[in-house]
Design a protein. Sequence first.
Lengths: 238, 572
Amino acid sequence: MKRRDTLKTIIAGTIGGVALGTSAAGCEPAANPTTEETQATGLYGRTPDELARDKKIMAEEYLNAHELATITVLCDIILPASATAGSASDAKVPEFIDFIVKDIPSHKLPIRGGLMWLDGETIRRFDKAFTEASSTERMAIVEDIAYPDKNNQRPELAPGIAFFNYMRNLTLTGYYTTQMGIEDLGYTGNFANTWDGVPEEVLAKHDVDYDPEWLAKCVDQSKRLDIAEWDDDGNLLT
Amino acid sequence: MQIIKNDQVYDAIIVGSGAGGGMATKILSEAGMRVALIEAGPFFDPKDPTTATQMKWPWESPRRGASTTRAFGDFDMSWGDWKVDGEPYTNTEGTDFKWWRARMLGGRTNHWGRISLRFGPKDFKHKDVDGLGENWPISYDDLKPYYDRLDKMVGVFGSKERRYNDPDGFFLPAPKPRLHELYYIKGARKLGVDVIPARLSILTKKLNNDRGVCFYCSQCNRSCNVYADFSSSSVFVIPALNGGQVDLYVNSMVKNVTTDENGRATGVSFINKEDRKEYKLKARSVVLGASACSTARILLNSKSSQHPNGLGNSSDMVGRYLHDSTGASRSGLIPALMDRQLDYNEDGVGGMHVYSPWWLDNKKLDFPRGYHIEVWGGLGTPAYGFGFDTTHLNDLVGGVSGGYGDKLRTDVRKFFGAMIGFGGRGEAIARYDNRCELDPTVVDQFGIPVLRFTYKWSDYERLQAKHMHDTFEELIDAMGGIALGSKPGKDQEYGLHKPGEIIHEVGTTRMGDDPRTSVTNKYCQLHDADNVFVVDAGPFVSQADKNCTWTIMALAMRTSEYIVEQYKKRNI
């Protein structure tokens, strides 16, 4: 569609600028958005309302410097650098947590309260905040709260165990949704491809197989670009 | 308030640009009729890079795709969900109906599951089988030619299976099953649960020169930028705009249909969301495709001295017989899929490659209608929620739950792609008392009275959900897996989802031969006003254990051609 036609098809006065802008862009083949347009959408396809909300949340301050410092130490205990991949803070997990507690406000209290519990416990044991404790002191506490207490043998630690689980969840999500995390995981999708079944070497490791009758119903990828034609009985001819 | 009138008289005003409205726009405009298409949301083209989300990575979203602002996550292509700002709806006591609305060109077709199942011969005459509900005034044979043309026009992959109540069509070839689906096929066959290739409107092969071919990113819910999946925006409306017969009005919220002294429609009134003014448009006919409930709302809000109970509502049937598909879901861990090889791209098409159509005889069961099983699993792109409680899966397989450090990296890799999940989607019985009506006091931000829902499930649906859960556990077991969580009991309605949650609401303007018990005739034409038609799921008499979109479009094609015929005969 030409821009001229777009204007003609939409009655002047009833339509906002949004529609005119997007319809014109939509009909030009793969036009690159201008810098202005790209920034306006926040790079991931936001509507104007969503973009305004993102901006507002990013401008809001919730976690303070001490809380973020404690989160950084904890994240890197949960996921330190490995032999082949960076740590949680290398993947900017603390920045993600800083954002997500504002985006999903139900996270605010468990995180803030949990951090205070952790500092309280560290003060009780070592008379200092968690960030000021030595590595040995920190790990003494972490060892106590990093595993479920299935038989409720140490109920006084239950809030700490719940908090550590919360932090582990947010750290894993924050890490494995970054490029670093996805590479470490080994997920190898999200690119254009031509799916043609599970590779033989993978099938060989599992007790399943393709049966020929089923395969006969499946796409012959060498003919995918031939336009479909059928006989009157619905049998594909091409 | 200023009312702006436009003197042009269209041949047809089409309200709503989703599956039904899009089809009507295509058919009417191609027949030479002058059409105004009115959409409540903004313009949308799946290939517009400023709004596209396809192939985005999770880190491009600061919330990593979480569902904070979009119910199905940041990358899902539905603008609007069960909540739309400034446009509430209400429930009577004891009802918790959820109403999804997508405010954008193409509506919900931009994100739908593309599951494209024809209704079968039994589905149109199910009262003859079990005495429940009502028969349709048309049969499968009436609709078959339209399904056939729809398959070729829009494209659907599948396979010829010669099943009586799951009729075959003109299919594109199916994609090969992925690894978890091979496990499902094996487990289902062991149990005697039928399993066949899925039927989705995704182009696994070239259909025509206007649309691309699937490149297997698994993201049809984000709407395809090469138009390889069916969205009404890309496949119907945008091409129709190029034909020059269509004026598109976006951000325009239709309030009511206007009528003359004879009770016939003269056009519509709508609110322009940009300037918040009311406009009037004139036409020889009005085609409502606003979605089953929105269309009912427009009709109920179209009161006049000729139609004191709302347009088309002399029978008091508008809004009644509202029903959604039933749904229940369950997931499990398949130990044989743990620590699997990951170095190949298994994304596949958007959605399932295999499914189970209804395989049993209800005469031998304690509930009257069937359901099909949708299957999910495999290696998806991580998003918000990935890794949550993953380490606790160790409890199921004798490992250590919890911990930190490199152990977590091992846990995450061990369980990645080892899960299987099922969604049961079944047929509910349409009931007179399940309805939407106008709330007597509440209006939306445009001053338009809103809908109030009353909806209760019966044991027909609850016992079906119970059967779904029993079957899911058996399937997980047959796959060598371990079901997660516990089976919901009677106090939880056996895990039956809330009405509206499956987003297949139909039946609010049901068709029939008797004007006292139906809203439209078998051509989806109002009994009370012969130049008003409905092309969404409102005219459905029953839902079937199929998803509704393919039938919406086949019916809309049939209705649209009937409109063209009436237009040519100068009846409208």
